[in-house]
Design a protein around this ligand. Structure first.
Ligand code: G6P
Length: 472
């Protein structure tokens, strides 16, 4: 039986060290939460890093055993690999460059070497697992070299690649010392998927500038085979969010939150702590709303969930300080005895509580300065059983290409964010419902299962096409 081998840097389960031993928890982030619902089907396997360094062979066996019961195969990274490959090249070079923060990017030869070595490590792990008929599906920027490495070993293999973050304009890519190698690495796949057509066009432009390879209608002509390139906007497990939102547990949590907050309207934001998410800009905009429209004081709360992320990377640690300081200052300046403008949570939430927050929110304020897709916007939509609630969404999130009924804003234009926020707080119920119903229909239809089907069908087609060309 042919299976799909999913490969991403991070597994959907995160192993942590506690006083009582190792614990196994769901991972954070769009990729893990988004794909979490589909990989268990039909004997599929997910290959990836369990999120901590485990050196002891007995402990490695224990982790391997636990994860294999849930169809996962761990790739263990050493402390040095975590530093140079994960915090280094992946998150201090690629992440900032691909999110248009080149000023944060570092170029370290040792980080690049570790990136090559860890991609090779993943390659060996996949080769040990994958049979000749298995489909190999590689995910995200930490593994850009893997498709080509696999292709070298298995010229006939079916290999798909999907990028979960933006693919930047060629001008950003050319700032990297290793742009050509990265693009060549991706081209080892038969099909390369992006969230939007813009990212796809940026990629095709990089391919033609850096490698001089022609492309036609989303097909790159490699000397030995064509590679298909296409846009597949990722969806969520809609039903899971819709069901959770009407569950007894979510309703109880919501009631408890509501009691604590009184009648004030609730503006919700949920992100990993990341400079790409525009968290500081959002705080400035919320403060500006309180200044410009003081009638909203004591009548609105910002509930801001910030999930800890990559805290060993200096930019992330600095941002944490900035956010702590900003929230402290704004709360101290505007709070009253009975009202606290910002409720800031620096931790992750269990699924039912997240669902309750989505239910509770009058407005979701999703303001990344760059975001490949942003699944939080879609989770909010799926959780609105009564179709009330307004989405204020950054035009620089991939999701904005689909969610035209959101109030779209430029996240660095504070003025625009303030006015959209005010409009959202005043929007009549009927209009909220019209907008929400249209967005729900789209998010329900193009859920993560449809997304997987579309990608897989296209991957199958890419192979058929190659065979037809070969026998013509
Ligand atoms: C984004 C990336 C994922 C990543 C996630 C969490 O969604 O696209 O590849 O797993 O962030 O980041 P982390 O560094 O914790 O894996």
């Amino acid at each position: 039986m042919s299976r799909t081998i999913i490969i991403s840097n991070r597994l959907p389960t995160k192993v942590q060290r506690a006083a009582t031993g190792l614990t196994f928890q769901p991972s954070e982030g769009g990729l893990a939460t988004g794909l979490g619902s589909i990989y268990r089907a039909k004997g599929n396997v997910w290959v990836g890093w369990p999120g901590l360094s485990v050196d002891d062979p007995a402990e490695q066996d224990h982790v391997r055993e636990q994860l294999s019961a849930d169809s996962m195969a761990p790739v263990f990274l050493t402390e040095a690999e975590i530093r140079d490959f994960y915090e280094g090249f992946s998150n201090s070079t690629l992440w900032p460059t691909f999110h248009y923060f080149p000023q944060y990017a570092t170029y370290e030869q040792a980080h690049w070497d570790a990136y090559v070595a860890v991609n090779e490590k993943f390659c060996q792990a996949v080769l040990a697992l994958a049979g000749p008929d298995d489909t190999i599906w590689v995910h995200d920027y930490q593994l850009l070299l893997l498709p080509e490495m696999l292709r070298r070993e298995r010229p006939e293999a079916t290999i798909g690649f999907f990028l979960h973050i933006p693919f930047p304009s060629y001008e950003l890519l050319r700032a990297l010392p290793w742009g050509t190698e990265l693009v060549r690495g991706m081209l080892g796949a038969d099909l390369i998927g992006f969230h939007t057509f813009d990212y796809m066009h940026h990629f095709l432009s990089a391919v033609s500038h850096l490698l001089g390879l022609p492309n036609h209608n989303g097909q790159v002509e490699m000397p030995d085979r064509p590679v298909l390139v296409d846009a597949f906007p990722m969806g969520i497990d809609y039903q899971r969010y819709a069901d959770a939102a009407v569950s007894e547990a979510a309703q109880q949590h919501e009631q408890a939150y509501r009691q604590a907050l009184g009648d004030a309207k609730v503006v919700l934001s949920i992100d990993r702590l990341d400079y790409s998410k525009g968290i500081a800009q959002r705080l400035h905009a919320f403060e500006a709303l309180l200044v410009r429209y003081p009638e909203w004081r004591e009548r609105v709360n910002l509930l801001m969930v910030v999930v800890p992320s990559r805290d060993q990377v200096p930019q992330y640690a600095a941002l944490k300080e900035e956010i702590d300081e900003l929230v402290g200052r704004i709360n101290a300046q505007y709070r009253t005895i009975s009202w606290n403008p910002i409720h800031y949570f620096y931790r992750s939430f269990p699924f039912e509580e997240l669902s309750a927050l989505y239910r509770l929110a009058d407005v979701a304020l999703v303001t990344p300065v760059r975001d490949g897709m942003n699944l939080v916007a879609k989770e909010f939509i799926a959780s609105k059983a009564d179709q009330r609630g307004v989405l204020v969404l950054s035009e620089r999130a991939g999701a904005a290409q689909e969610l035209a009924e959101a109030l779209l804003i430029n996240p660095t234009n504070t003025n625009q964010v303030v006015e959209a926020l005010r409009e959202a707080l005043h929007l009549p119920d009927e209009e909220q419902q019209t907008r929400m119903a249209a967005m729900q229909q789209l998010v329900r239809q193009y859920d993560v299962f449809a997304w997987t089907r579309l990608f897989m069908d296209r991957l199958t087609y890419s192979k058929i096409k190659q065979h037809t060309l070969a026998t013509d």
